[in-house]
Design a protein around this ligand. Structure first.
Ligand code: PRP
Ligand code: URA
Length: 209
């Protein structure tokens, strides 16, 4: 069963308040999404396996821990997931980055796939799929299915804001995928937007409308 981790860290909650506000402009929005992604990545990597190596300090020989040579991949769901990539790479600079392009059809709210480019060694990597918004869950479910179709074995999903409807749908569709959420909001509105949410994440990140 999927583990669901909702962040209650004050730094994350504080920064989320500012990205929710409609007065927050593109530059500040982008900076805050980047910072929140870094803070979330810190927790989401808690279970990375460690091994011991022998080292020598100026005082003596000892053993000390290093992260095992596990291969990681970060996969943003285009467009808005792009805003979270650099924040994660600050902590995991050796990770490879794949891209999955999906947009929500405005009538049906179903995801439409338009681009998939992944590292060649998908089977050997652990993946973090990122998107600021989990609304109906359709985009996240489709992106994770696209990765699994290409033989990815271990995947976690990270988003800033989730609606309960999307969270339930994602848990049902991919019970093996752990989910990290900065805030779990109230509901979806009739247009499929998260309430209170932050509006259209892609438009706010890239200054489009
Ligand atoms: C937004 C968001 C997610 C999706 C969430 O993308 O970034 O990918 O909607 O909605 P869902 O859970 O109902 O699928 P959008 O389709 O607006 O595309 P964009 O990032 O290119 O703006
Ligand atoms: N996509 C967004 O960008 N925002 C929402 O509230 C829902 C889907």
């Amino acid at each position: 069963m999927a583990k669901v981790y909702v962040f209650d860290h004050p730094l994350i909650q504080h920064k989320l308040t500012y990205i929710r506000q409609k007065e927050t402009g593109t530059k500040e929005f982008r900076e805050l999404v980047d910072e929140i992604a870094t803070l979330m990545a810190f927790e989401a990597t808690r279970d990375l396996p460690l091994s011991e190596i022998e080292i020598e300090t100026p005082v003596c020989k000892t053993t000390s821990k290093v992260i095992e040579g596990k291969k990681l991949g970060v996969v943003p769901i285009l467009r808005a997931g792009m805003g979270m990539v650099d924040g994660i790479l600050k902590l995991i600079p050796a990770a490879k980055v794949g891209h999955i392009g999906l947009y929500r059809d405005p009538e049906t709210l179903k995801p439409v796939e338009y681009y998939v480019k992944l590292p060649t060694d998908v089977e050997e990597r652990d993946f973090i799929v990122v998107d600021p918004m989990l609304a109906t869950g359709g985009s996240a479910i489709e992106a994770i299915s696209a990765l699994k179709k290409r033989k990815a074995k271990h995947i976690i999903f990270m988003c800033l804001i989730a609606a309960p409807e999307g969270l339930e749908a994602l848990k049902d569709a991919h019970p093996d995928v752990d989910i990290y959420i900065a805030a779990l909001d109230e509901k979806l509105n009739e247009k499929g937007y998260i309430v209170p949410g932050l509006g259209d994440a892609g438009d706010r990140l890239f200054g489009t409308k």
